[in-house]
Design a protein around this ligand. Structure first.
Ligand code: PBG
Length: 314
């Protein structure tokens, strides 16, 4: 009866797997703050993509981790056609074709030696407009490498419009933009910084949103839609379900939510201590995000949860 009358249903197709690929390693490296998550080699990334397809997951979001010594102030490795993210995009597309929507994080923080999402001015502030030029280049190289969707996550003003123009002008009219529209400056990104070997020392408060504010999210939404976002994302998910619900009510484009590294780490850590039932907590957290209005959920549990759902749980 409960199954029959359930108002919210999770389906493997709702899930998108974020995955890290690291240059210059020959075996996957465990991310200690995210038990079960690894920095992949190109080989293990291909396998993870195939497993995701087999489980019914609909997409994969790729993050590149360049080799030590390849980071610089401008994040050059992020626009190098042979940079790790572009190599990984080509490998995954070769492996899965169109069976998985292949997405790429479009941001400079993995590639800059200062760890910020953009290039800096002489006095060390993020230079919004100079960063837009870098994002336009990134969009082109990522699309050239086979991204079906690019996911601008740097929260620069005007990023979606610039990326749309760059894609259209380079013959990539069909590449979609999943905009990280609402992105809060969150303590829950902590484990991600280890996962991508981030060099950041300060914070991102000048370009990410203040957790105290809700209405600002609707302004971000209006701007991204006007600039051509095909899909919008709210991030983090769990602590911002009210925002997710507002965004979902306010737009008719598909809405995604990102259950981020810290949300993952909290459940894994509590489960490891025997304090909560891991699998139930995972499904409950995903159901809550779906109930709040997300059609797509980016989650590090995507493949595992999709397998359970395929067997009728959830
Ligand atoms: C930026 C980016 C971040 C995450 C996804 N894209 C980090 C940040 O903005 O600090 C975080 C994802 C997570 O914590 O799981 N490239």
């Amino acid at each position: 009866m409960r199954r029959m009358v359930a108002e919210t249903r999770l389906h493997p197709a709702n899930l998108i797997l974020p995955a890290f690929v690291r240059e210059g390693i020959d075996a996957p490296v465990a991310v200690s703050a995210m038990p079960g998550v690894h920095q992949h080699t190109l080989d293990t990334l291909r396998k993870a993509a195939v497993e995701a397809v087999e489980a019914g997951v609909s997409g994969i979001m790729l993050f590149g981790v360049p080799e030590d010594g390849k980071k610089d102030a401008r994040g050059t490795a992020g626009t190098d056609p042979d940079g790790i993210l572009q190599v990984a995009l080509r490998a995954v597309r070769e492996e899965v074709g169109d069976d998985l929507i292949v997405m790429s994080d479009l941001c400079l923080d993995e590639f800059t030696d200062h760890g910020h999402c953009g290039v800096l001015t002489a006095d060390g502030r993020v230079d919004n407009d100079a960063t837009l030029e870098r994002y336009a280049e990134m969009a082109q190289v990522q699309a050239d490498a086979g991204a079906h969707v690019v996911g601008p996550s740097g929260m620069m003003d005007g990023q979606v419009g610039v990326i749309r123009d760059a894609l259209d002008q380079t013959g990539h009219e069909d590449v979609s933009i999943l905009a990280y529209t609402v992105k809060y400056s969150s303590a829950f990104y902590g484990p991600f910084r280890e996962a991508v070997g981030s060099s950041l020392t300060g914070d991102r408060k000048t370009y990410q949103q203040d957790p105290a504010n809700a209405r600002e999210s609707l302004r971000e939404l209006a701007l991204d839609l006007a600039e051509g976002a095909d899909m919008v994302m709210v991030k983090p998910a769990g602590p911002y379900l009210d925002i997710l619900a507002k965004v979902a009510e306010s737009t008719d484009v598909p809405v995604a939510a990102y259950q981020i590294s810290g949300e993952y780490a909290m459940i894994e850590a509590a489960a490891e201590k025997g304090w909560i039932d891991r699998d139930k907590a995972i499904l409950e957290s995903l159901t809550g995000i779906r109930r709040a209005g997300a059609q797509m959920i980016l989650t590090y549990w995507a493949t595992e949860a999709a397998r359970w759902l395929g067997r009728g749980r959830g």
